[in-house]
Ligand binder design. Structure first.
Ligand code: ATP
Ligand code: MG
Ligand code: MG
Ligand code: MG
Length: 473
C-alpha cells in the first residue's frame, strides 16, 4: 500500500465515522507566535480545544504538514540517524471537540489499524498513563488487547499538555515491534531505550483537565480527543522497510539524488545517512519555502537557512561540489505534487530561492579558505593571532574550529586567549543588537560551517558516525 493510498484510507475511514475532512494548515502557524512551525495536527484546532473558537462540527480529521526542526519539538539532529524521524513529515489525525472520548477514540484507532491496515496484532504494544485505569480497561475489555502488552508510563511519556497552563491529559500510544534485528543491544526494550525496534506510530491524547497556574488539575466539562499518526512511519511499517526513508514517497528522491552524484543508494550502507539527511532536508526546504519562509538570519528563516546549510554539508559527503539541493527540491516536488498541487506553481520560485542560498553558502566557504591561506602564508611565528582568527570569524563568517584544524595541520597554533578576548569585546559591543536566541543560533551556524569545511579539508569523504553525531549539530 502506497503513501497516497494510506493517506486517503485514513481520511475516508474517519469521514465514514462522521468526521469533517479539514485541509492541512500552512507550516507557518496563523495567529500563534508561540509556535515556530506547525508541528502537530492539533495546532490549527488549538482555539477550538480551548473553547475560544466555535466550529460547525465536533469531529474533524486531517493530514497535517509538520516541521519539527526547532522550538519544543526539535528532531533536526535525529534526522538521518534514527529510522523514524524527519524534520518535515505528514501527521494523520482525528479530533473530537467535546464529542467522543476515550472509548471511541481507542476503538476506532484499533479498527483502522487491524481491519483497514491489517497490521500484525501480535507485534503491537500499547502504552497508557500510569494512573489511567480507564484507558487500560478499554484496551483490555472493550478492544480485547492482551494485558501483558500494555505498559504504563509517567508524565514524560504519557501525559500531554499544550503549555504550562491550559488543557492537558493522559495519552495512550501504539508501538510496533519491528523485530530483533533492529534492537540496540541486550537492554533494548519499550520504555528502556529510544531505539527503533519498538517504534511509536500513533498517539491518542485525551484532553481531560485544565491546569491552572498553580498546577491544579480540574476536569474539563467537555473532554476532547487529539490523535496523531506519522504517515511515513505507518507507511514504513506497512511497506516493511528498514527505515522511513525507503517508503515509496522517499526512495525515489534518494535514488535520484544518488544517481545525480554518480552513486547508488543502499539503505544498509554505513554512509546511507548522508542521503537521508539530504532527502529529508530537501523536503523540509521545499515545503517551507512553498509556505512562505525564506532563508534569513532570524526566526523561521534562520531555521530554514540552517536546514539548507546542513543539507549542503551532508551533500558534500556524497560528493556534491556545487549547488545541488535545488535539484533535490525538484525531485521532491515531482514526488509530492499530486498531494500538494500548489507545489507545481511554486516550483520555479522554490528552485531559484534554494539555488541562490546554496550559491551564497558555497562562496562563503571558498572565501574563508582563501583568506586563511593568505594569512598563514604571511605568518612570521608559529601562532596565528587571536585577532586574525576573530576577523576571519566575524567578518568573513569563517569558523574558528576550522581555523584551528587547518593551523594544526600546518604545525601552527591559534592564540585562543586573544580570540576569546576579541570575541568578548565584540559581544559586549553588540549585546544591544542581539535579541532572543540570535546569539546562540549564530554560533550554531558557524559550528556547521566548520563541519562542512572540515569535510572539505580531510581526505576521506566519509567522516564516520562518531564525528558526525558528536558535534551537536
Ligand atoms: P518519538 O517519541 O518517536 O520522537 P513523539 O512522541 O515525539 O515521537 P508525538 O509528538 O506523539 O511524537 O507525535 C505523534 C506522532 O507523529 C508520532 O507517534 C509519530 O508517528 C509521528 N512523528 C512524531 N515526530 C515525528 C518525526 N520527527 N518524523 C516523523 N514522524 C513523527
Ligand atoms: Mg519526538
Ligand atoms: Mg514518543
Ligand atoms: Mg508520542
Amino acid at each position: 500500500m502506497k503513501v497516497a493510498e494510506i493517506r486517503r484510507k485514513y481520511l475516508n475511514f474517519f469521514a465514514s465515522h462522521d468526521h469533517v475532512v479539514v485541509e492541512s494548515s500552512p507550516l507557518i502557524p496563523q495567529n500563534d507566535p508561540s509556535l515556530l512551525f506547525a508541528n502537530a495536527g492539533m495546532n490549527q484546532f488549538k482555539d477550538t480545544f480551548l473553547g475560544n473558537e466555535a466550529r460547525a462540527y465536533t469531529r474533524a480529521t486531517s493530514c497535517q504538514k509538520c516541521v519539527r526542526a526547532g522550538g519544543k519539538h526539535n528532531d533536526l539532529e535525529n534526522v538521518g540517524f534514527t529510522a523514524r524521524h524527519h524534520t518535515f513529515f505528514e501527521m494523520l489525525g482525528n479530533f473530537s471537540f467535546g464529542d467522543y472520548f476515550k472509548e471511541d477514540a481507542i476503538s476506532m484507532a484499533w479498527e483502522f489499524v487491524t481491519k483497514h491496515l491489517n497490521l500484525p496484532i501480535d507485534k503491537i504494544y500499547v502504552t497508557v498513563f500510569e494512573t489511567d485505569d480507564e484507558a487500560a480497561d478499554i484496551w483490555i475489555n472493550k478492544v480485547g488487547f492482551p494485558k501483558e502488552r500494555i505498559y504504563r508510563f509517567g508524565e514524560k511519556d504519557n501525559f500531554w499538555s499544550m503549555g504550562d497552563v491550559g488543557p492537558c491529559g493522559p495519552c495512550s500510544e501504539m508501538f510496533i515491534d519491528r523485530g530483533e534485528q533492529y534492537a540496540c543491544g541486550e537492554e533494548c526494550g519499550l520504555g528502556v531505550c529510544e531505539c527503533d525496534r519498538y517504534m511509536e506510530f500513533w498517539n491518542l491524547v485525551f484532553m481531560q483537565y485544565n491546569r491552572d497556574k498553580d498546577g491544579n488539575l480540574t476536569p474539563l466539562p467537555k473532554p476532547s480527543v487529539d490523535t496523531g499518526m506519522g504517515l511515513e512511519r505507518i507507511a514504513s511499517i506497512i511497506q516493511k522497510t528498514d527505515t522511513n526513508y525507503e517508503i515509496d514517497a522517499f526512495i525515489d528522491i534518494l535514488n535520484r539524488t544518488a544517481k545525480m552524484a554518480g552513486q547508488s543508494y543502499d539503505p544498509k550502507a554505513k554512509d546511507a545517512f548522508n542521503y537521508r539527511v539530504v532527502g529529508d532536508h530537501g523536503r523540509a526546504t521545499t515545503f517551507l519555502i512553498a509556505d512562505g519562509v525564506m532563508p534569513s538570519n532570524e526566526g523561521r528563516g534562520y531555521v530554514l537557512r540552517r536546514i539548507i546549510r546542513r543539507a549542503v554539508r551532508y551533500g558534500k559527503n556524497i560528493g556534491f561540489q556545487e549547488p545541488f539541493l535545488h535539484k533535490i527540491c525538484e525531485f521532491v516536488i515531482e514526488q509530492m505534487k499530486d498531494a500538494y498541487p500548489d507545489l507545481t506553481d511554486k516550483k520555479s520560485f522554490i528552485m531559484k530561492a534554494v539555488q541562490a542560498e546554496e550559491e551564497q553558502f558555497f562562496k562563503t566557504l571558498e572565501r574563508g579558505l582563501n583568506l586563511l591561506d593568505e594569512e598563514i602564508g604571511s605568518l612570521k611565528g608559529k601562532t596565528l593571532s587571536g585577532e586574525v582568527a576573530f576577523k576571519l570569524y566575524d567578518t568573513f563568517g569563517f569558523p574558528v574550529d576550522l581555523t584551528r584544524i587547518i593551523c594544526q595541520e600546518r604545525g601552527l597554533g591559534v592564540d585562543e586567549t586573544g580570540f576569546e578576548q576579541a570575541m568578548a569585546k565584540q559581544k559586549e559591543q553588540s549585546r544591544q543588537n542581539w535579541k532572543g536566541a540570535g546569539g546562540a543560533a549564530v554560533d550554531g551556524i558557524y559550528h556547521e560551517l566548520a563541519e562542512v569545511l572540515r569535510g572539505k579539508n580531510q581526505a576521506p569523504v566519509f567522516q564516520g558516525y562518531d564525528q558526525l553525531s558528536a558535534d551537536g549539530t
